[in-house]
Design a protein around this ligand. Structure first.
Ligand SMILES: [Zn+2]
Length: 354
């Protein structure tokens, strides 16, 4: 079982993990359930084992306080999540359908169970594992490239993608309301309301969030009045899935290509926006400074407001100098919710892997 997950369960006295593993404390020679109310031992003194026989075989005695030998049964959801973790660890893949099949569950059910127990989606968990393997490899003396391939990153660009995100731009293609352009789009529900994702053959061209699906598609139609617009869920499904993950506060280890109309100035601003790390915020003044023109705060704010691909270009990560949220094209409450989701995810990441 993943020791990072075990350790978190111990620190949080999470009784959902009782029976799935036991904590042996080397200094006291005692073993406990994860939920033991006694003082949390130091991490370096802890050994995790899967059953009481192993603990006793290694010379540990059962804790009198939490009575680990008297456990009957385990939490089914936790068991499923732990098995899914093991599968992801062993296969270094987090395909929901594949995972569901191996565990006899629908992919949606599995996703919910996994998230409720582990705290992040299977895909995010896989990213954690890869990053951890990479860091362990490097600190263990491996060359960066070797550690990277061992960890399961296919290329340096995937590892460093956040630093290298570039906006896909083809100036001039959007003349005349998108004439000769074929746009596929679909609308799905997410925790912020209805989500419209639209893409050309080159990348995502619109991401809109709103209350009414009709209003969202009407808006798309007004923006690309001469384009051929089709409702086409299957073609852009992976974009939609990734954007929903982002909205729910799961950083996706995936570079999303975008294909948007922009002036040179807007492009510089949006390019800079994509460099703001997940879970962090900067001020409009700082953004202006980063694009090399401290006096352009107003223009920078206007460019943020013109962003047509919500979340993918994370204009929600820019706030006022006093910490106020200022505006958001898709509603200030949504901006607040997005930032909260990202912060919760980062907090969990720190808890899991530091
Ligand atoms: Zn105990």
């Amino acid at each position: 079982m993943d020791e990072a997950i075990c350790w978190r369960a111990v620190v949080e006295n999470d009784r959902r993990f009782d029976g799935l593993f036991f904590t042996c404390v080397k200094t006291t020679k005692i073993f406990c359930k994860p939920s033991c109310p006694a003082k949390t031992p130091k991490r370096e003194n802890v050994l995790f084992v899967s059953d009481t026989e192993t603990a006793m075989g290694k010379g540990f005695r059962a804790c009198l306080r939490c009575k680990p030998t008297e456990i009957t049964g385990v939490n089914e959801k936790t068991k499923i999540a732990v098995e899914a973790c093991e599968y992801i660890n062993a296969n270094r893949r987090a395909d929901l359908n594949e995972l569901g099949k191996s565990l006899g569950l629908s992919s949606g059910h599995l996703q919910r169970v996994f998230k409720s127990v582990i705290g992040v989606s299977p895909r995010k968990y896989l990213e954690f594992i890869k990053l951890k393997r990479f860091k362990d490899g490097v600190s263990g003396g491996k060359e960066v490239l070797e550690a990277m391939y061992d960890a399961g990153f296919e290329s340096t660009s995937r590892l460093y993608e956040n630093a290298n995100q570039k906006i896909g731009m083809t100036p001039g293609r959007y003349k005349e309301g998108g004439r000769n352009l074929v746009i596929s789009y679909s609308i799905t529900k997410c925790s912020l309301g209805n989500l419209l994702v639209a893409a050309t053959s080159k990348g995502i061209c619109a991401v809109k969030i709103g209350d009414s699906p009709e209003e969202l598609s009407a808006e798309l139609g007004r923006e690309f009045v001469n384009a051929e617009i089709r409702v086409e869920g299957a073609l852009i499904k992976h974009f939609v899935d990734a954007i929903v993950e982002l909205i729910e506060g799961n950083e996706v280890g995936l570079e999303l290509p975008i294909d948007v109309k922009a002036t040179a100035f807007q492009m510089r601003v949006w390019d800079e926006l994509r460099k703001i790390p997940f879970g962090e915020t900067i001020t409009y003044a700082e953004l202006a400074r980063r694009i090399g023109n401290e006096k352009s705060v107003r223009a920078v704010a206007a460019a943020c407001a013109k962003n047509n691909v919500a979340v993918v270009v994370p204009c929600h990560r820019v706030i006022g100098s006093d910490g106020g949220l200022r505006g958001y094209r898709w509603g200030i409450e949504r901006k607040q919710q997005l930032l909260e989701n990202e912060k919760a995810d980062i907090a969990l990441e720190r808890k899991l892997f530091t």
